[in-house]
Design a protein around this ligand. Structure first.
Ligand code: NDP
Length: 296
């Protein structure tokens, strides 16, 4: 039986529509316009595409978008100055510093300089601590998007075996925390895990966030499992012409779709949900700052 395709693109559209409706209400009733500041240092082409998309979608839901592009050689102190200004600016409710930062900067110090209440990406040490201790936190956008798709597909996740493949601070670890909070039995696998295929094969929910093209094979997947593919990998696509590339995930989609119960595609799965969650986080931050009820 072929797996259900979880359509992240369509789901993200419904999330953005809800955000836009809430923003319109805030403007009309409270004169409040949520604002998101995105800071990009350097000229990484993939980061430039993400930042452009974020800016476009922020404006589309009726929020203010403030873009700050700094040259790659910017001193860390100058970036910290900019963050201090954004922290103090009442028109800015969410701040995102696009990662990766140039090597001469200390990314932890930069992220921790963001005011926690404006931490739209949920990477600040206090957001991490709040999430880990089960308190109300700003949740990192990619894992939040994955969780929303899982809840939409499964309803209650209690008691399910979840395997998170990857332990990064931005995806794997917060994903595991969120699944634990939803009462899954969680295993975190990584490059030192022994017999990875067998570990993955025990999962009712398998989240792949490794950055290895099509690594998860059909015999790693329990029949009927739900597979969330976070990976975004560019591989050569000679069939499209010389030098052309295409996007694939961390899961061998063509094979796994025949075994899994449900699966997210790449592109069109986790990616669109990530930006939608960023907008939702910014809206939440704006409501909290104004002492207004938060969106559900
Ligand atoms: P990182 O490189 O920070 O982390 C990768 C993780 O995968 C590490 O924990 C690493 O283990 C593990 N890993 C790597 N190779 C193997 C292997 N052969 N076997 C088992 N585990 C392995 O990546 P990110 O978490 O930042 O991103 C993961 C993927 O998700 C990337 O493709 C990225 O592009 C994509 N991504 C997509 C987003 C979206 O919006 N859709 C957003 C963010 C990321 P160890 O710790 O032992 O080294």
């Amino acid at each position: 039986m072929t797996a259900t395709r979880i359509d992240g693109k369509a789901f993200a559209l419904t999330v953005r529509e809800k955000v836009a409706a809430h923003v319109a209400k805030l403007k009309a009733e409270d004169g409040l316009i949520p604002g998101l500041a995105v800071v990009l240092v350097g000229e990484d082409p993939a980061s430039e595409v993400y930042v452009r998309n974020k800016g476009k979608q922020t404006a589309e839901v009726g929020m203010n978008s403030f873009e700050h592009k700094l040259p790659a050689e910017t001193e860390e102190a100058a970036l910290l100055d900019l963050i201090a200004k954004l922290n103090a600016d009442p028109a800015v409710h969410g701040i995102l510093v696009q990662l990766p930062l140039p090597k001469h900067m200390n990314a932890d110090a930069v992220i921790n300089a963001i005011a926690p209440e404006k931490d739209a990406d949920g990477f600040h040490i206090s957001s991490v601590g709040l999430l880990a201790t089960g308190q109300k936190a700003m949740v990192p956008c990619t894992p939040l998007g994955c969780l929303m798709m899982l809840r939409e597909h499964h309803g209650d996740l209690s008691g399910l075996n979840a395997v998170v493949l990857g332990r990064s601070n931005i995806v794997g670890k917060p994903m595991a925390q969120l699944l634990l909070r939803d009462n899954c039995t969680v295993t975190i696998a990584h490059s030192r895990t022994r017999d990875l295929p067998a570990v993955c094969a025990g999962a009712d929910i398998l989240v792949a966030a490794v950055g290895r093209p099509e690594m998860v094979k059909a015999d790693w997947v329990k029949p009927g499992a739900t597979v969330i593919d976070v990976g975004i990998n560019r591989i050569p696509a000679p069939e499209k012409g010389e030098g052309k590339m295409r996007l694939v995930g961390d899961v061998d989609y063509a094979a796994v779709v025949e075994v899994a119960g449900a699966i997210t595609p790449v592109p069109g799965g986790v990616g669109p949900m990530t930006i939608a969650c960023l907008l939702a986080n910014t809206l939440t931050a704006a409501c909290r700052a104004a002492g207004l009820p938060e969106p559900e």
